[in-house]
Design a binder for this molecule. Structure first.
Ligand code: H2U
Ligand code: ZN
Length: 346
């Protein structure tokens, strides 16, 4: 079958797409996008109106839940999470009961990163220069924590919106650093390593070239970064930001590239916020090479954005039923999601 009729068929017929980074399949059912919805409707939360909220534990000068006082910071501010999921110095111990009950203690640490002193901003409302400050802090955290003997992986991420379980509207993210490489990154490492060994180029370098030759899933691009809806996206408006140059982590980016990343993040979050005219909720994070002492030439830096909204500010996508028991499934195609996001800012 020729390319055009194949494309037409993928717009109409149920099919599965392969996620190159995980090796998993996602079921796409384009014909189903118009099914009626009588289920849960989320409460639309108004964005904060105060530039400084005296009750916010992240605002400058305020006291946190554990009694510590934040300094009067003017840019970004990093502190150890007062309720950390991981603790440094956790003593090594392992359980292996006939290979049936298996566990091991996990040392690590968690930090909180305030993106801005302004309580009422989000990435989509911040100046690109301020977002560049966030990129720099992420790179510093990766360098500092990744250099530690007891840290094999550093994850920086942001959770935003009450619907995503974010506890506070103040613009902030987190860093979790731990000895082990967590599952999602371990799987991406294996897939990228396999491709690099075979082709001598990174998987995402070749994937990006393919996407640019077709353009249909690209939302915006600059000299250094491309924002797109991946061919295999499972969340309705899932996106990735991919560096043009194959670099393994944020510390390898030049100043101009860091500006390029900040600009890509700004453009994308503005598209998101414009789509349903709300501060768009999502979980996002940077995937970089593990800091386990290996070189990782296969690793190609990228960001993932996973937003839950489906068709409006109040109707979300649920990953339940077939998705829990079988595999992820989506209705609107990645191509139409990209088209809508591209159009949102115009
Ligand atoms: P969210 O990104 O899910 O909103 O989490 C914010 C983090 O801030 C959360 O992990 C921490 C919580 O443990 N936190 C503090 O470290 N100190 C506080 O005073 C409140 C919240
Ligand atoms: Zn605040």
């Amino acid at each position: 079958m020729d390319r055009t009729s194949l494309d037409a068929q993928l717009r109409e017929d149920p099919h599965r797409r392969l996620d190159l980074l995980t090796g998993e399949w996602v079921l796409v059912s384009p014909h189903r996008a118009k099914r009626p919805w009588q289920g849960a409707v989320e409460r639309a939360v108004a964005p904060p109106s105060l530039a400084h909220d005296p009750n916010c534990y992240l605002c400058p000068g305020n006291t946190r839940a554990n009694g510590m006082r934040n300094p009067d910071y003017t840019g970004t501010y990093v502190f150890d999470n007062d309720f950390a999921a991981l603790r440094p110095g956790t003593a090594d111990a392992a359980l292996d009961d006939d290979g049936l009950l298996v566990a091991r203690t996990e040392p690590g640490l968690c930090r909180v990163i305030c993106f801005s002193p302004r309580h009422d901003l989000s990435l989509g409302a911040m100046e690109t220069a301020a977002i560049r400050g966030v990129v720099d802090v992420w790179a510093e955290q990766y360098a500092e924590l990744g250099a530690r003997e007891d840290i094999g992986h550093v994850q920086v991420f942001e959770n935003t919106g009450a619907i995503m379980g974010c506890s506070n509207p103040h613009p902030h993210g987190q860093v979790w650093a731990q000895r082990s490489v967590p599952r999602a990154v371990a799987v991406e490492t294996d897939r990228q390593r396999e491709y690099f060994a075979r082709e001598g180029r990174t998987l995402l370098e070749d994937y990006l070239a393919k996407e640019e030759s077709r353009a249909e899933r690209i939302i915006v691009a600059n000299d250094h970064f491309v924002v797109l809806v991946p061919f295999w996206a499972s969340w309705p408006f899932e996106t990735m930001i991919i560096s043009r140059r194959p670099v393994r982590d944020l510390t390898a980016l030049t100043g101009a590239e860091r500006d390029g990343l900040a600009s890509a993040m700004s453009r994308l979050t503005r598209c998101y916020d414009a789509l349903f005219e709300v501060q768009f909720p999502y979980s996002a994070g940077v995937h970089q090479a593990p800091t386990d002492g290996e070189l990782h030439p296969e690793w190609h830096l990228h960001m993932h954005f996973y937003p839950p909204l489906l068709r409006s500010a109040t109707v979300r996508k649920f990953m339940v039923g077939y998705e829990m028991l079988g595999e992820p499934q989506r209705d609107i195609t990645p191509e139409s999601a990209a088209e809508r996001l591209r159009g949102a800012l115009r």
